[in-house]
Design a protein. Structure first.
Length: 384
């Protein structure tokens, strides 16, 4: 293992790669390849410990240097990119600078001293990027810690919930190898910081996701906007704020999808929040997972990651729809049941008793029910 900066070089001519290695090996760990796909795979494999510099030739069979550098920017944004090009390709190099965010380009053949100088400058650029990121994260951590301390004093229950969401999001991010996972974790902590404005009666509704009336529902719906307003005063939190802005109520009846522009990180946090709300109000963990799976608004891999975090296997089909006539005493509801006017009639996870069944049938006959009646299929849940 070495502490020297690592350089990845891509060229379809082995003689060029040999020359680069001879010139740079005294100061850098040099990795070379003639295959563009392999170069991108190497960058992706080391995205959590990125190469300092990526040097790519302009002309290669199968994929242009510009295309390679564009892809490299996606998989390894912190790696500084340099383009090798001949005199005839200068115009194309300009395009690479614009499209691939190239730090600089080098004309071939390049004498050793200018080559070393260019690589040294690119390595310094990489170190500046990483240093700024570390400073940014430390500064943000201090701001967030101060906000969380305030929350802990004002609303201890919410502080506990924020920590619970952060830990759950962190574990899921590790399993899914989510880049910039700290943004998801921070959004999990801060997403409902506006909840300090809620009256005490609404705090339980926030945690359980089941508002008692329309007024509480409107309060909960406003929390992402309130949090966004607070965080707008802290620089460099745009990605965290984007995750928070797209969060929906955890009790979505009828189930509605997230906005098309919502990021994968926003989807991840939404699933974590829905799962936590279900478990908080007493839904067994396996049934909570089955409910998320049935809603079909979350990626299968995401729900599977939640299952793995909880030490469970994802059920294949643990929820089924029944009619009012098929609803029986002993059934366990897999989703909340509302009247046609939106009144919560029975909460998910609740076992149907004779009294509850009579009440549900009476409302079905008088005002009607909203949505589907979903129950847990206990036979299929035995292997979870």
């Amino acid at each position: 293992m070495t502490d020297r900066p690592r350089i990845l070089c891509l060229d379809d001519e082995t003689s060029v790669l040999d020359g680069l290695r001879r010139t740079l090996r005294t100061s850098y760990d040099v990795v070379t390849t003639t295959d563009p796909a392999e170069a991108l795979a190497i960058l992706n494999e080391h995205r959590y410990d990125p190469f300092s510099v990526f040097v790519s030739d302009m002309r290669m069979p199968g994929m242009t240097g510009i295309s390679v550098l564009e892809r490299a920017q996606e998989v390894a944004p912190d790696t500084t990119r340099i383009l090798l090009t001949g005199d005839a390709d200068v115009q194309g190099a300009v395009g690479a600078i614009n499209r691939g965010n190239v730090f600089r380009f080098i004309l071939k053949p390049c004498p050793p001293d200018p080559l070393r100088a260019a690589i040294a400058a690119a390595d310094e650029q990489h170190r500046l990027i990483m240093a700024e990121r570390e400073l940014l994260q430390d500064t943000l951590k201090g701001c967030i810690d101060a906000l969380m301390d305030t929350l802990a004093m004002a609303q201890p229950a919410l502080f506990s919930r924020a920590g619970r969401l952060r830990r759950l999001a962190q574990d899921v991010c590790v399993l899914l190898e989510v880049p910039n996972a700290w943004q998801v974790e921070m959004a999990a902590q801060l997403g409902e910081i506006g909840a300090i404005t809620l009256p005490p009666t609404a705090l339980d509704a926030l945690q359980s996701g089941t508002p008692a009336d329309e007024t509480e529902a409107e309060m909960l719906a406003a929390l992402p906007r309130l949090a966004d307003n607070v965080l707008s005063r802290i620089p460099r939190l745009e990605a965290v704020r984007e995750i928070i802005r797209h969060q929906l109520a955890t009790d979505r009846t009828p189930v509605t999808p997230m906005a098309p522009e919502a990021s994968e990180a926003a989807h991840l946090l939404q699933a974590v929040r829905e799962y936590d709300a279900l478990v908080y109000r007493g839904t067994p963990a396996d049934l909570a997972l089955a409910t998320l799976s049935f809603r079909k608004t979350h990626d299968v891999d995401l729900v599977a990651a939640l299952a793995k975090v909880g030490g469970m296997r994802l059920p294949r089909e643990a929820v089924r729809e029944v009619t009012i006539d098929e609803l029986l005493i002993g059934h366990e509801l897999a989703d909340d049941l509302h009247t046609a006017k939106g009144l919560l009639l029975v909460s998910r996870g609740q076992v149907i008793t004779e009294q509850i069944l009579t009440r549900v049938r009476n409302f079905h006959a008088s005002t009607g029910l909203q949505g589907k009646i979903l129950v847990a299929d206990t036979e299929l849940r035995t292997d979870v």
